[in-house]
Ligand binder design. Structure first.
Ligand SMILES: Nc1ncnc2c1ncn2[C@@H]1O[C@H](COP(=O)(O)OP(=O)(O)OP(=O)(O)O)[C@@H](O)[C@H]1O
Length: 619
């Protein structure tokens, strides 16, 4: 019970977004925040001294500052001048004024660059932290999330967190200055200062609703921009389909509705801010006038004191306005922090174990799936009780209809997913914890959709293994039957590939992807429908290259096309998440009524031995 109370308090503290934001800022940027506060204090003190110089200046223009509450301050200023051997002559007072103004300007300049640095560094650190959490999260969590949410959080949302930092620093600068003015004002008239304060506090209280509205609007802004991001990424990615369906207008109108919604939230935020500023100006001017009127009639302050007080209040009112504005803007931007912090918390809860030492897991004997069950969602099983063995050095094909669970098996075999029940074993070692990451290092993976960066062929290859030398690069290209076409490119290995490799044909992209996978010198090469999107000529070229690798490494071919399974040592047939048949392709084809035979028949292959027609002639 006792331990539950602080835990609950801690939870409530964490749940409060502005507090969580401040705590994180202090944790990550402590000495920069300390410097910012020191500069604020120095600037406030200089500004107060600057203000006090008004007193000898008033005396110089003939006002009597000795009478009334200013007398004490005037005496203190004279003593201060006396301590440095000066008198309050016009030259000395104006000289001090120039000096102080220069000091304030210098500190302001330093403050401006230092605060900007703090803001940028804080955002950069949050960005790096969030990116690492995304990259470290397990594949299931990542694949269940909207990737546009990550893009949105890493860009716009964290930029808003940067803006929140700037507003917070403005707010603090204001708050540090307030006590200075208050002390001076109290020295002149306690009752007037008290009244101004009471009315100011009442005004801020009345505007509390506006501050709360800022936070709500800030949350709506986050949601609206997130949806806009998602739509932009989706629509641009689907532009070819949109065009081929002639759906440009429909697509544009959906996008336009989201744009309107985003604009609406920004306008609401701006209106809320402008409303508060309006009521604050009108309210404060009315309050100040009323108080001055009362003090003129009742308090009978000397002219110099009243003038000084007027200057003070004249500076204080915009300061209060600034504090209110900064607070409102801060509250509007802080939901962006809450969202990114929440995203990071979720991702960290789903973080993968750190990989074991490199090459801690090797495939020398066999890869086994033992009693493996897997479901993407609770209560729904994609794979059921799967037992499957791939001998080291062999070529295995996993065939079956669409949706049977083939890619899920590939993700389990590569350690991207973990089984809900059963185990994946590499040479008898279960793929759990750090072994999963370490094993992924030993895998070459080519998917149906290859991702190539908008960079040179060389950079795209080296991305898989930065320390590969020229000979290894050429060797990998050779093995993937890609050397000739790369040599034919305008700048060979230095040719830029364009966005996602648009300068290459589908077959060339796949062969380059194969070369990239081979450059890693993998223990296991997984080809997940790597040729499914290719025409038969390009498919043949890629498959010929893969066939040339037989026996040199372990290959797992995932396919629903027979042509890709033609040279497998063993074929496994998967249906509805269950392994229904396994064996050598010719033996399975010879058996009557088997699933593989049916699979072959559906693709026009009937007689045993006719798979030979699809095989590459011996070299
Ligand atoms: N990220 C996911 N979240 C939820 N369900 C998923 C996810 N990925 C796949 N599934 C479901 O798991 C089942 C098996 O999918 P999988 O992609 O493994 O099949 P497949 O045999 O590779 O199909 P295809 O040949 O069409 O690629 C399908 O019913 C699919 O809807």
């Amino acid at each position: 019970m006792i331990s539950k109370v602080p835990a609950r308090l801690l939870e409530r503290w964490r749940e409060n977004a502005p507090r969580a934001y401040v705590t994180t800022l202090l944790e990550m940027m402590s000495w920069r925040v300390a410097l910012a506060l020191a500069l604020m204090l120095f600037r406030s003190a200089s500004q107060a001294a600057q203000l006090l110089l008004l007193i000898p200046l008033m005396q110089l223009v003939g006002l009597d500052v000795q009478k009334g509450p200013l007398g004490w301050l005037s005496g203190a200023i004279r003593s201060a001048f006396g301590m440095v051997g000066l008198q309050t002559t016009p030259a000395a007072v104006l000289g001090a004024f120039v000096l102080l103004t220069t000091a304030v300007a210098l500190v302001s300049r330093w403050q401006s660059t230092s605060n900007f640095w703090l803001q940028q560094e804080f955002v950069a650190r949050l960005r790096r932290r969030l990116y690492s959490s995304i990259a470290d999260a397990d594949w299931l969590t990542f694949s269940r999330s909207r990737s546009s949410d990550f893009t949105h959080a890493l860009t716009t949302e964290l930029d808003r967190v940067g803006a929140a930092t700037a507003y917070l620093l403005q707010l603090l600068t204001g708050l540090v200055l307030v006590p200075v003015y208050v002390v001076l004002a109290v020295k002149i008239s306690v009752s007037m200062t008290g009244l101004v304060f009471l009315c100011g506090a009442a005004l801020l209280l009345l505007l509390r609703k506006k501050t709360r509205a800022s936070r709500r609007i800030g949350e709506e802004m986050s949601q609206a921009t997130s949806d806009l991001y998602s739509a932009a990424i989706e629509h641009l990615g689907a532009m070819k389909t949109v065009k081929s369906y002639g759906a440009e207008v429909r697509s544009a109108s959906i996008f336009s509705a989201l744009t309107e919604r985003t604009m609406g939230t920004y306008l609401a935020g701006n209106r809320n801010y402008a409303d508060a500023a309006f009521w604050f100006s009108v309210g404060s001017a009315s309050i100040l006038s009323a108080i001055l009127l009362v003090s003129l009639e009742l308090l009978e302050l000397p002219a110099a004191s009243l003038l000084f007080l007027l200057v003070l209040f004249n500076r204080m009112i915009p300061l209060f306005g600034g504090i209110q504005g900064s607070l409102q803007s801060f509250m509007g931007a802080v939901p962006a922090f809450a969202r990114t912090a929440d995203m990071r918390r979720r991702l960290r809860a789903a973080a993968e174990a750190r990989p074991d030492a490199p090459a801690a897991v090797e495939l020398r004997d066999a890869l086994k799936l033992e009693g493996v069950c897997f479901g993407y969602e609770d209560g729904r099983r994609t794979l059921r009780d799967l037992d499957l063995t791939v001998e080291a050095g062999s070529t295995a094909a996993l065939v079956g209809p669409s949706g049977a669970g083939k890619s899920t098996v590939a993700d389990l075999v590569s350690g991207l997913l973990a089984p809900t029940e059963g185990a994946v074993l590499v040479d008898g070692r279960p793929l759990v914890g750090g072994a999963r990451g370490s094993w992924r290092d030993r895998i070459g993976y080519v998917a149906q959709e290859t991702f190539l960066f908008n960079d040179t062929v060389r950079s795209n290859l080296l991305w898989a293994r930065p320390d590969a030398n020229e000979e290894e690069l050429v060797g990998a290209l050779d093995q993937a039957a890609a050397r000739k076409f790369v040599a034919g490119l305008p700048d060979g290995l230095e040719t830029r590939l364009g966005d996602r490799g648009v300068r290459l044909s589908g077959g060339e992209r796949q062969r380059l992807a194969l070369a990239r996978a081979l450059l890693r010198r993998p223990s296991l090469l997984i080809l997940d429908e790597a040729t499914s999107a290719l025409d038969s000529e390009n498919e043949r070229r890629v498959l010929d290259a893969v066939e040339g690798l037989r026996g040199r490494l372990t290959i797992l071919l995932i396919t629903h096309r027979l042509s890709a399974a033609r040279f497998a040592d063993v074929v496994h047939v998967l249906e509805n998440g269950e392994l229904v048949e396994s064996g050598e392709p010719d033996a399975l084809l010879a058996g009557d009524g088997g699933r593989f035979a049916a699979f072959c028949e559906a693709q026009g292959i009937r007689a045993p031995g006719s798979l030979d027609a699809l095989r590459r002639p011996p070299v």
